[in-house]
Design a binder for this molecule. Structure first.
Ligand code: ADP
Length: 517
């Protein structure tokens, strides 16, 4: 019995446990073989889970009996039946020893009145029939088998539950890791691996502060100063939050919000913690963008508004009489500044429509050389310091694109070429064919762009920090709009520059179907 109980508790190999129970039951009841059948939910019948001293032929013969006997067993008040009485003609095939087997005793395996299975013990044919006094003996073994089955069922459920939880934790959108009291990493989910670039093999067992190096936004080491596992307090909430920057394997900083769920001993000492790590880089970028946007709005809208208000106030003063020329000049400034304001508002609206995808393209065959010409002619009127040069082949193909949006792109590029070459110079607009794409370039001889700034100039609200850019009016949306428009057409845009000598902006557009030379 001790042997059985021990094995049942382990509930690892249920078949071995049931076989052991069977073997002991057979020995105790003077049987020669036996079967334990359990209910299969999938097959909706009793199937053999363990057998002892029965070959496959004998088992096949016994199989129908397992299910047929159930109604009789279920109907029996004391849940015991001597099947030899129920099946007096039963003649089972020869066992391993060549002995025909009979009689049989059977009992249900029950837990809290619920059937889990059946136990059958068989005696040799020539042995004496089972008696009522055999019932309690078998009942003890039936109880053992029922407990073992129940344990196995629970273990199975637990394992399944564990697998479900592990799979949820593994694939959750947030990074999840756990650390012990020494702050060594004991688990690290897939999202953490993707976020940091570390595989769990590289980090498990290592101290988390050596791997992730959490710092606050001032650059101070939060693991030394403020690790939640080092606080010996269980007052208040069982979770603690930290915001900061962790370091990916390649050294890349990642903005994160970490929530520590701390498991404490009764004395309040931290034993371990499960940490939820959320990547908040995008949120932070949006916050930065919002701040830049607000400061840009303050600056770029405030100036024309102040000028308009100043001139309007001056011109409307009843105690002064202005001559016609002064009034005209004042009105012209008001008109120019209003135009600037409306241009800023239009750019903001276009940028917003582009980023929300609510600006559908109205594509038609367009002639890029004539649009480039139109833009240059319009802008030549505002500068005498710049000369324009064109280089488009005469049979330049037409392109399928939205004419208004492409004009907006060229206007932005040429305006920038003028703005960022304050000393004047040549502005060259050229076009060429490159396979199934056309390429259009705008170059200037202006201040140029430092190499480290080139990857960022197409970002929203990005303006160069240098004095020449700061001295020039702008909101940092022009190139973002250009990039969005060109990409919406399936093209690309890039910039190159020699600081101090000038810049070159080139966009490409697919020739597209229906476009023709
Ligand atoms: P804005 O001109 O309104 O600031 P843009 O998005 O058009 O915004 O340009 C972004 C930044 O790129 C500018 O602030 C400027 O520093 C730089 N830039 C753009 N075009 C040129 C150019 N042709 N030459 C030098 N710098 C340029």
């Amino acid at each position: 019995m001790v042997e059985i109980a021990k094995t049942s508790l382990q509930a690892i190999d249920i078949e071995a446990t049931l076989r052991l129970i069977l073997k002991n039951a057979i020995r105790a009841l003077g049987g020669s073989s036996g079967v334990i059948a359990t209910w299969s939910e999938a097959e909706r019948r009793f199937v053999v889970s363990a057998s002892y001293a029965l070959d496959s032929t004998a088992l096949a013969q016994l199989n129908p009996i397992l299910n047929e006997a159930v109604p009789d067993l279920a109907g029996s008040k004391d849940s015991t039946h001597l099947l030899s009485e129920l099946y007096p003609d039963l003649a089972l095939p020869a066992s391993e020893q060549g002995v025909r087997q009979n009689p049989i005793i059977a009992l249900p395996l029950q837990i809290a009145g619920k059937w889990l299975g059946l136990i059958y013990i068989l005696r040799p044919l020539n042995a004496s029939a089972f008696l009522e006094t055999d019932r309690p003996v078998l009942a003890a073994f039936a109880d053992q088998a029922a407990i073992a089955l129940q344990n196995a069922k629970l273990a199975h459920l637990l394992a399944e539950e564990k697998r479900t939880i592990e799979s949820v934790l593994e694939h959750t959108a947030d990074g999840i890791m756990s650390i012990d009291s020494l702050r060594q990493l004991i688990s690290f989910n897939l999202t953490m691996e993707k976020l940091t670039g570390y595989s769990r093999g590289e980090v498990l067992g290592k101290e988390c502060f050596r791997v992730l190096r959490l710092r606050n936004h001032k650059g101070e080491n939060m693991c030394l100063l403020n690790c939640p596992l080092l606080t010996d307090s269980c007052a208040g909430s069982p979770t603690l939050e930290r915001q900061g920057v962790i370091e990916a394997k390649d050294g890349r900083p990642i903005d994160v919000a970490m929530v520590y769920s701390i498991i404490r001993s009764p004395s309040g000492k931290a034993i371990s913690a499960v940490v939820n790590v959320r990547d908040v880089s995008q949120v932070r970028q949006l916050e930065n963008l919002r701040e830049t946007f607000l400061s840009m709005l303050g600056h770029e809208l405030q100036t024309p508004l102040s000028i308009i208000k100043g001139y309007a106030n001056t011109l409307s003063r009843s105690d002064s009489h202005w001559n016609e020329e002064t009034v005209q000049q004042g009105l012209q400034v008001i008109e120019e500044e209003s135009d600037r304001l409306s241009k800023i508002v239009n750019r903001l609206l276009l940028a917003s429509r582009i980023s929300t995808g609510t600006s559908p393209l109205r594509k038609e065959p367009i002639q890029l050389p004539s649009i480039a010409n139109k833009v240059a002619r319009r802008l030549q009127a505002v500068t005498s310091a710049h000369t324009f040069e064109f280089d488009f082949q005469s049979d330049f193909p037409s392109v399928l694109a939205d004419p208004e949006l492409i004009e907006e792109v060229l206007t932005n590029l040429v305006e920038n070429a003028i703005k960022y070459s304050p000393e004047g110079g040549k502005i060259r607009l050229s076009g060429s064919l490159a396979g199934k794409m056309v390429r259009v370039s705008v170059s200037d001889e202006g201040v140029g762009i430092p190499a480290e700034e080139l990857p960022h100039i197409f970002e929203r609200f990005h303006r160069l920090k240098n004095s020449s850019a700061q001295a020039t009016k702008g909101i940092g949306l022009g190139l973002y709009i250009c990039k969005s428009i060109i990409e919406a057409h399936g093209g690309t845009i890039e910039a190159s520059s020699q600081p101090g000598k000038g810049s070159l902006f080139t966009f490409s557009l697919p020739l597209g179907q229906g476009a023709a030379a």
